[in-house]
Design a protein around this ligand. Structure first.
Ligand SMILES: Cc1cc2nc3c(=O)[nH]c(=O)nc-3n(C[C@H](O)[C@H](O)[C@H](O)COP(=O)(O)OP(=O)(O)OC[C@H]3O[C@@H](n4cnc5c(N)ncnc54)[C@H](O)[C@@H]3O)c2cc1C
Length: 392
């Protein structure tokens, strides 16, 4: 029986392992932390996205639309809490209407059920929202991705699952691959790299020269005080700026009834740096010596500065939220946990927009899997499992 080693025990690594196991292969999963899904998977907004934002035909578009359906079906089948509550994308002023219309066209092109509604119709869903018009999307859901990982681990009964097992070195041999861990060498016929924030480094360990570098962006969140949660019933998003689609704070009701607000986006000073004081000299140096960083800074320096200022100012954060829900005041929000996204960047400073998966004989590397990769995890897993080869 062929044996595959998967590096990374986030939602992608576990989904890939599950798919490979179902295809009759034997699998080892190596996770450096003491628990599964500790990083991006355990620090995200828990939204099953509908797939309306992404370029038609892209991996993101195809896999998020299919992933929305497969993730919700998986959750229902395995008793993971999920609520298909839908969401509103709101235009807060007339000048946002052209972009809202473009988004509606994109949703249609991607096959996402969404309808344009008036401001007063939007207030039937969200009485406190400020909207001249909105896009109502029915298929967006909220879920607990950590609980999805727990189910996947249970379904991986029979696989070799290893926590606290970082992949330290990788060697290709005549018959397969060898991965060195502190506990010894793992030998396999093929390797899949799902190492998230470290995926470019793991690719280099395996002898690849990845086309992109991971730049860690921290997304910082607040939440509404319990007594102000009734300001938001579901999910309220701004119209995205096509130049910076991952910027723009939104309000998200979670399964436990709390309402999260954010994220802003600042450069993290460590790949797993959840606070400003988390600093790694190696990670900072890697970002500083990467030419793309400086090109991005030149293009979007002012926007970046604004995000940093908002990181230190609850007042600024509340003001951004008040654009969507004017009743939100500074005192209504308290800090919540941050997350760090693994965003691949090219040397010319452009952010890789689509999922990026590179293959070599006996190796598949996931080099860019930011949001909505948790939504799309089961679809990305199928795609990766199709690409695993056992010959040189
Ligand atoms: C703030 C934020 C909000 C988000 N919101 C959403 C959302 O609402 N919906 C959505 O669909 N997506 C969302 N995402 C994106 C989503 O969380 C990620 O796309 C997804 O979790 C990626 O999963 P992963 O398994 O690739 O990465 P991870 O969960 O980061 O897993 C990678 C794993 O690899 C391990 N690892 C790294 N190096 C090694 C090594 N050398 N050896 C062994 N193990 C190693 C790490 O410890 C980690 O556990 C969000 C992301 C962020 C940051």
């Amino acid at each position: 029986m062929k044996h595959v080693v998967v590096i990374g025990g986030g939602i992608l690594g576990l989904s890939v392992a599950h798919d490979l196991l179902r295809r009759g292969l034997s699998v080892t999963v190596l996770e450096k932390e003491a628990h599964w899904g500790q990083h991006q998977t355990g620090h995200n907004s828990n939204v099953v996205h509908a797939g309306l934002y992404y370029k038609p035909g892209s991996l993101k578009a195809r896999m998020s639309v299919a992933g929305n359906a497969s993730m919700i079906a998986f959750a229902r089948e395995h008793g993971v809490p999920v609520d298909v509550c839908g969401k509103l994308v709101v235009a807060t002023s007339e000048d946002e209407l052209p972009r809202l219309n473009t988004l509606a066209e994109r949703a249609a092109a991607n096959g996402v059920p969404a309808k344009l509604i008036s401001g007063s119709e939007a207030r039937e869903y969200e009485p406190e929202v400020s909207a001249v018009s909105a896009l109502r999307v029915e298929s967006t859901a909220i879920i607990d991705f950590a609980a999805v990982c727990e189910v996947l681990v249970r379904l991986l009964d029979g696989a070799d699952l290893r926590l606290q097992s970082p992949a330290l070195a990788i060697r290709s041999t005549a018959s397969g691959v060898e991965v060195a861990t502190p506990q010894g060498i793992v030998r396999a016929d093929a390797l899949v790299n799902c190492a998230g924030l470290h995926s470019d480094r793991v690719a280099k360990l395996a002898g690849l020269t990845p086309s992109a570098t991971i730049v860690p962006f921290r997304g910082e969140y607040y939440e509404l005080r319990p007594e102000r949660r009734d300001l938001v019933r579901g999910l309220i998003y701004p119209v995205p700026d096509p130049a910076l689609p991952f910027l723009g704070v939104h309000l998200t009701r979670m399964l436990d009834g709390s309402v999260h607000a954010g994220p802003n986006a600042v450069l993290a000073l460590r790949r797993e740096g959840y606070r400003w004081r988390d600093v790694s000299a190696r990670d900072v140096w890697d970002v500083l010596r990467f030419p793309g960083t400086w090109k991005l800074a030149r293009r979007f320096g002012l926007t970046g500065l604004d995000e940093v200022l908002r990181s230190f100012s609850r007042k600024r954060f509340a003001a951004s939220l008040a654009r969507l829900v004017p009743a939100v005041r500074e005192d209504d929000i308290v800090r919540a946990e941050a997350g760090v996204r693994a965003q691949a960047m090219l040397p010319d400073g452009s952010l890789v927009d689509d999922f990026l998966i590179e293959s070599a004989p006996r190796q598949v590397h996931v080099l860019n899997a930011p949001s909505p990769a948790a939504t799309s995890a089961l679809e990305i897993a199928k795609h990766i499992a199709d690409q695993v080869t056992f010959t040189v």
